[in-house]
Write a protein that binds this ligand. Structure first.
Ligand code: ADP
Ligand code: 5GP
Length: 210
């Protein structure tokens, strides 16, 4: 059973562009919080640093890592493979570090189903509207507008997975969203009451999907 000496696993998932990577980076600045760096077969974006944002690897190398059972979870997302290596995550948790995961719903499901002996808190991040999401994707993926279009197409399918997460948080104002997540983590860890209104989230989902 987890004790207070072990770290907590914190997963952030979202439709692409809602802001989970930005939020994970902010949260990782809190003392004792560390990011799980994933492997991916996708090419780096202009601002991304190898071994910091991702371990960028060939498909051949990725498949070897699968065969060697190095991954805690892995999935194919938008035609590329993404995966979380098991050993660094377990070492961090055993050393009392809280580990942040920026992974999709398939990876979140896999980790949940493993029922590891560490506390797990899952967050699903939503954009304030589809218009804002498109704007964010277009700004980020400037090199290729097709990427933004493709990821928008996936939005209505991705958003349906909100139901499987502990908390859904709307990323309108970045600072407010960050503070909300931080408070929910603290409340979970300390077993305190949570400021969370699932009915408000339901009505936001209805707006996003109508
Ligand atoms: P995701 O990891 O969910 O795909 P990112 O964190 O890469 O999304 O964010 C997508 C884009 O939106 C980035 O350019 C990021 O700087 C921007 N962004 C994130 N959160 C906000 C926010 N609250 N307000 C405005 N822009 C944001
Ligand atoms: P991006 O290409 O925008 O960095 O990420 C695309 C999607 O892959 C996002 O939903 C992101 O959370 C997810 N992702 C990143 N790393 C992993 C991982 O290790 N495992 C899984 N399952 N998904 C990941």
């Amino acid at each position: 059973m987890p004790t207070e000496n072990y770290g907590v696993m914190i997963i952030l998932s979202s439709p692409s562009g809602a802001g989970k990577t930005t939020l994970v980076k902010l949260l990782s600045k809190i003392k004792n919080f560390e990011i799980s760096i994933s492997h991916t077969t996708r090419s780096p974006r202009l601002n991304e640093k190898p071994n910091e944002d991702y371990y960028f690897v060939s498909e051949e190398k990725f498949k070897r890592l699968i065969q060697n059972e190095e991954f805690l979870e892995f999935a194919k997302v938008f035609d590329n493979y993404y995966g979380t290596s098991r050993t660094p995550v377990i070492n961090k948790l055993d050393n009392g570090k809280n580990v942040l995961f920026d992974i999709d719903w398939q990876g979140a499901d896999q980790i949940k189903n493993k029922k590891l002996d560490y506390k797990l808190i899952t967050f699903f991040i939503l954009p304030p509207s589809k218009e804002v999401l498109f704007q964010r994707l277009s700004n980020r993926d400037m090199r290729d507008k097709l990427i933004a279009d493709e990821r928008m197409k996936q939005f209505s399918r991705d958003v349906l997975h909100w139901i499987n997460y502990d908390y859904v948080v709307i990323n309108d104002n970045l600072e407010k969203c960050y503070t909300k997540i931080k408070k929910l983590i603290n409340a979970e860890v300390n077993n305190e009451s949570k400021d969370y209104d699932v009915n408000y989230i339901r009505s936001h989902i209805e707006k996003l999907t109508s």
